[in-house]
Design a protein around this ligand. Structure first.
Ligand code: PHE
Ligand code: NA
Length: 433
């Protein structure tokens, strides 16, 4: 059986952007920004996306396209080493951890699309969210979200992932632009824009070492780095196109959506007088939902907003499920439907645990994800830099021209040495803080 592949270049780019753009941009980013000084955080985050995110994305692409395998098979085939093969299995665990909590949040989002239409939370958003966040209903909505994810992955790379993301991404962009226009038109929106876009350099200097780990964690999460998603997606690339060009386009589009999301969220929070203090993981479901309840056209805007978030979450969750599915298909010759069904069984259980126990949820969504993504990316970087070496350079150069080409060697030093050192240092300093 021939291995699956993307139909078009734009299909690959949109699928990768679909993976990147998700709850990371719309839920985690406003929350992180509000807790870390607004524009000061944005600035550090943008620097890390450029200096760490893009080279890291390229490392995953190089590994994926070179091997044409899932992360486990890739590390195994390209190294012929038992140690790297064993390490590769970490990515199956990472996928399980990621989708377990992500699917719970996805379930909340689905519920809020409906609840916005009926106005169910309008009377008391805080109490409403506290009543539904964990428990048996959260399990039910998590299962619904998981089912939607599986329905797409089941149909395969082209007919499932590629055709779904090709529809979803433009819809997300159009709706976000509309929402931003609405948010900016509100009285008091200016203070929100200011908080988000005008950096306070005094705050930045005073808190740089706290901002750094938060910004690094956010950059990895939002670009889907360190999980093996980008290895997997690049493994379905057929021709010799420029990974550098594609990677840059993907990181840029993801950043545009992240900034757009901030321009939607902060003016709304400030217009309502909630201010930045209303951040936190519940920001979307309490502060922002509260704003919809209080502002003109709240029901329509609420459905549009949570609809965007649902699409963004779904185009990311499929990229999480695709990691273990490709692993079973490649390594064990299992059919796609059987592989999908097996892991849906796993996620049904692990996600339900997150939906029932808030402590498990917080640990999984916070510390554990940060640790796995950082460790995973450091592994990929060292692998590209030290195990692949020349092979990584060849793969990087294939299809690349001009400036991108001349950056190949500096890139290899960056991924082999500088970035891993930076990531480990930042992570440790974040844990120690
Ligand atoms: N980038 C996704 C988001 O921002 C999350 C993600 C992480 C997806 C890792 C796949 C792998 O929501
Ligand atoms: Na997405």
């Amino acid at each position: 059986m021939t291995r699956e592949s993307w139909q078009t270049r734009i299909g690959f780019i949109l699928a990768a952007v679909g993976s990147a753009v998700g709850l990371g941009n719309l839920w985690r980013f406003p929350w992180m920004t509000s807790e870390n000084g607004g524009a000061a955080f944005l600035l550090v985050y943008l620097g890390i996306v450029l200096a760490v995110g893009v080279p890291g994305l390229l490392a995953e692409f190089v590994i994926g396209r070179r091997s044409r395998r899932n992360p486990v098979g890739a590390l195994s085939d390209l190294s012929d080493s038992k140690g790297w093969t064993a390490f590769g299995h970490v990515f199956v665990v990472t996928a399980v951890v990621l989708l377990s909590f992500y699917s719970v949040v996805g379930g909340w989002i689905l519920r809020y699309v409906a609840a916005s239409a009926t106005g169910a939370y309008f009377a008391d958003p805080g109490a409403y969210f506290a009543g539904i966040d964990y428990g048996i209903e959260a399990v039910a909505f998590h299962l619904a979200f998981l089912g939607a994810t599986a329905a797409i992955v089941l149909r395969g790379v082209r007919r499932g992932i590629e055709s779904a993301t090709k529809l979803m991404m433009p819809a997300i962009l159009v709706l976000l632009v509309g929402l931003a226009a609405w948010g900016l038109s509100l009285d008091g929106a200016g203070a929100g824009v200011d908080f988000f876009l005008t950096p306070d350099f005094g705050y930045l200097r005073a808190n740089f070492l706290d901002i750094l780990p938060a910004a690094a964690g956010q950059a990895l999460f939002t670009l889907s780095l360190g999980a093996g998603t980008m290895v997997t997606y690049a493994s379905y690339l057929g021709e010799d196109r420029s990974l550098v060009a594609d990677g840059t386009a993907i990181a840029t589009l993801n950043t545009v959506v992240g900034v757009l999301a901030g321009v939607v969220v902060f003016p709304i929070l400030f217009a309502l007088g909630a201010g930045a203090g209303a951040g936190g993981p519940g920001a979307l479901f309490v502060s922002l939902a509260g704003a919809f309840a209080a502002l003109p056209y709240g029901q329509v805007v609420g459905v549009a907003f949570f609809g965007v978030v649902a699409l963004a979450a779904l185009s990311s969750s499929i990229s999480m499920l695709e990691i273990p599915v490709s692993f079973l298909v490649d390594e064990y010759g299992v059919s796609r439907p059987t592989a999908t069904a097996s892991f849906v069984g796993v996620f049904a259980v692990t996600g339900s645990v997150c939906a029932l126990y808030p402590n498990v949820f917080s640990f999984v969504a916070g510390t554990l994800v940060d640790l796995l993504l950082t460790g995973g990316l450091v592994g990929f970087l060292l692998f590209a830099g030290w195990v692949m070496g020349r092979g990584a350079l060849d793969e990087y150069r294939r299809g690349a021209g001009g400036l991108a080409r001349s950056l190949a060697t500096p890139w290899l030093y960056a991924v082999g040495v500088v970035i891993p050192v930076f990531l480990v240092f930042t992570f440790v300093s974040g844990v120690a803080a």
